[in-house]
Write a protein that binds this ligand. Structure first.
Ligand SMILES: *[C@@H]1O[C@H](CO)[C@@H](O)[C@H](O)[C@H]1NC(C)=O
Ligand SMILES: [Ca+2]
Length: 227
């Protein structure tokens, strides 16, 4: 086993006849697999600080084979009375998020079995919001200018809670694989988002996938992945 470099491992590759050796760091990360539709399985993420947000960047790596007219919850943050920040794959395949009220929807290529990296950005001061998918950025839309996301809720993957920690609907559950969920309380520069898309999404100052405490409940499998 080659020596570790910080939290990653060195490995050596030999390229063809040139016999040049190249060292690179292989990152270990956790990925969550939701194998089937349930109205019970979820993973709670414990944030580093309260989600009192006037801006955010929310990233995740996701794959799902759910097809047809099926809503899929990708991320849910709910306080006792409101869905504060919920991210969806809509019935018609659009990607969207909702800040306690009507949502903002992006008409983009649909999710599928191949892993897709997504980052949403939103800034209350202008209302500007955009979506990055792998190395591409969407148009900018204007949504909920002046709004503040409230603190005091819970972050869930796998289910859409219609009350504080329940009211799950099997037909909105997440089925597939999800990882690299990171949340920042500001809008990252486009280049920073795009650099992460080609390496690893990490370092969220509210939710950092590398260090976040995950509390799984039900039928969820945590696997280790070498990126
Ligand atoms: C889920 O969807 C199926 C198929 O459309 C339907 O038969 C079932 O009643 C739905 N379940 C709930 C809880 O809405
Ligand atoms: Ca619901």
């Amino acid at each position: 086993m080659p020596p570790p470099c910080n939290d990653v491992l060195w490995h050596t590759e030999f390229f063809f006849s040139r016999m040049a050796s190249v060292h690179s760091c292989v990152s270990l990360t956790i990925s969550l697999v939701f194998p089937s539709e349930t109205s019970t399985s979820y993973v709670e993420m414990i944030p580093k600080k309260p989600l009192r947000l006037k801006a955010f960047t929310l990233c995740m790596r996701v794959a799902t084979e759910l097809s047809g007219e099926r809503e899929i919850i990708l991320f849910a943050y709910r306080t006792p009375d409101f869905d504060e920040l919920n991210v969806w794959r809509e019935l018609d395949g659009r990607l969207s998020f909702y800040l306690s009220g009507g949502g903002v929807l992006f008409q983009v290529p649909g999710l599928g079995a191949l892993q897709t990296r997504l980052c949403f950005t939103w800034d209350s001061s202008s209302g500007a919001t955009a979506l990055f998918i792998d190395d591409r950025k969407s148009l900018t839309k204007i949504y909920r200018k002046g709004h503040t996301i409230r603190a005091g809720g819970r972050v869930l993957l796998g289910q859409d809670p219609d009350n504080y920690l329940g009211g799950f609907d099997i037909n909105q559950s997440f089925v597939g694989e999800i990882s690299e969920v990171n949340l920042w309380d500001y809008v990252l520069p486009d280049t920073a988002v795009q650099d992460m898309m080609t390496a690893k999404m990490t370092g969220g100052n509210v939710l950092d996938w590398e260090t976040v405490e995950l509390r799984p409940d039900g039928e969820v499998v945590e696997i280790n992945v070498n990126l």
